[in-house]
Ligand binder design. Structure first.
Ligand SMILES: CC(=O)SCCNC(=O)CCNC(=O)[C@H](O)C(C)(C)COP(=O)(O)OP(=O)(O)OC[C@H]1O[C@@H](n2cnc3c(N)ncnc32)[C@H](O)[C@@H]1OP(=O)(O)O
Length: 389
């Protein structure tokens, strides 16, 4: 009989970390890594499955906030470290963990990054946002003109304090973006275990610091240098452009790799837009509407005729019901539905990445008036989450 418990002390957290890492075929956390990982264990949010006294499965969440279409910011749970011991898989362990986690989360929405695409739909998560992996030919990347402001390198002691402050001050620019928690920053800014060659650069304009970038450069051979952008954020278009002027004018760099939204306008910075190459498009945000009525009311909608959507949710039946969505908002109603949709697919359309008409074409949803629903749920910008967890 699988029992789900909330873990409470450091020894249990370390066993949780070891179990999850082994499920991913990684080694356990080392003594050097553990002090960096420990702050990411938030009391009350760490669950494990037990068979008798044996821990056999894990999950946890981090408390944060997420932007929804229209700009409202809602409480959000970042779900992570889902793993089952290899000798206990396919016996319902993760199903029990997911049911308990979803039933007890205080936030109305949860997201995660999925290791495999077939795991989470059954738990009500839908693929709600994709990311582009870009490669920029730095040798040919010319941005005409001069920078508007200045950049300066900052040392790790300065960036430990400054970067979290700046990230919070810049705000969350796209649907799907989430705020960062202290344990996230502890790992991101860790310099003991993996970041000796990380460089942090801050941009300032007329009103002070308004952008930053963190990157690492590695050398393949024959002085071929490749840069990975780990984190980049800006408060205005001048800061964004100036950071890219800095990055593309660095000596010795052959290529720059960066993650971007599907509609990121980066290629328009360059004289030759072909210097930006999309290497891959990959799924990123898996979204679970935990409190569907609250989340439907939280976002704004485009112009168009109202539609009535009937939602089915096997794990959280409080979400079941019909919702009338119009340009003025969404509310629960007792009316004939135009569209019937399972909660994971409502999650998939929620941020605007996927259209009702595409789901209907694929025979994933039933009903009519899909074009009207597309118009209501469409947003002016593609979703993105630049905070990996
Ligand atoms: C957010 C994150 O942390 S992503 C990382 C997820 N973790 C991993 O990938 C680590 C390796 N894998 C594992 O630890 C486990 O196999 C898990 C977590 C993916 C699944 O745990 P299990 O306890 O085996 O799942 P459980 O037995 O509850 O399965 C529920 C259903 O999902 C299906 N399922 C589970 N995992 C998979 C999978 N990888 N691919 C396809 N179907 C799956 C099962 O077949 C079962 O289907 P059924 O209800 O029709 O019989």
């Amino acid at each position: 009989m699988t029992e789900i418990r909330v873990l409470t002390d450091e020894a249990q957290y370390r066993a949780h970390s070891t179990l999850f890492r082994r499920a991913m075929h990684w080694g356990p956390p080392t003594d050097e890594q553990w002090p960096i990982v420990l702050p990411s264990y938030e009391p009350g949010r760490v669950l494990a499955a037990f068979e008798g006294d044996e821990m056999v499965g894990t999950t946890q969440s981090f408390g944060s906030s997420m932007v929804v279409p229209g700009g409202a910011v809602v409480p959000h749970a970042a779900v992570s470290r889902v793993g089952v011991r290899a000798d206990y898989t396919r016996r319902g362990v993760v199903s029990a963990l997911m049911q308990e986690q979803l039933s007890t989360l205080p936030e109305p929405v949860a997201t995660l990054r999925a290791s495999e695409g077939r795991i989470y739909g059954r738990f009500g998560y839908g693929l709600a946002g994709r990311v582009r992996f870009l490669r920029i030919d730095a040798k040919k990347a010319v941005i005409p003109g001069s920078p508007a402001g200045r950049v300066r390198m900052v040392d790790p002691d300065t960036s430990d304090k400054l970067l979290p402050e700046l990230h919070a001050a810049f705000g969350l620019d796209r649907p799907g973006q989430i705020s960062r928690w202290p344990g996230w920053w502890a790992r991101a800014l860790d310099r003991k275990t993996e970041a000796e060659n990380r460089v942090m650069v801050v941009h300032s304009g007329p009103d002070g610091d308004d952008g930053y970038v963190c990157y690492k450069v590695s050398e393949d051979k024959d002085f071929k240098h490749s840069m990975e952008i780990e984190d980049i954020a800006w408060a205005n278009a001048d800061a964004w452009r100036d950071l890219w002027i800095y990055l593309t004018r660095l000596d010795l760099i052959d290529e720059i790799n960066v993650d971007a939204a599907l509609d990121d306008p980066l290629n328009w910075l360059f004289e030759d837009p072909r210097v930006v190459c999309t290497k891959d498009v990959y799924d990123q945000i898996w979204l679970r509407l935990v409190d569907a009525p609250r989340m439907l009311a939280a976002r704004t909608y485009g112009v168009g005729e109202p539609v009535v959507i009937e939602v089915h949710d096997k794990l959280l039946p409080a979400n079941d019901g019909c919702y009338r969505v119009s340009a003025d908002g969404a509310e629960r109603v007792d009316q004939q539905a135009d569209i019937t949709i399972p909660v994971e697919l409502l999650g998939a359309v929620y941020l605007g990445d996927t259209k009702f008409s595409d789901l209907a074409a694929a025979k994933r949803i039933e009903g009519s008036r899909f074009a009207e629903a597309d118009a209501l749920f469409a947003g002016p910008v593609a979703p993105l989450c630049s905070t990996f967890f």
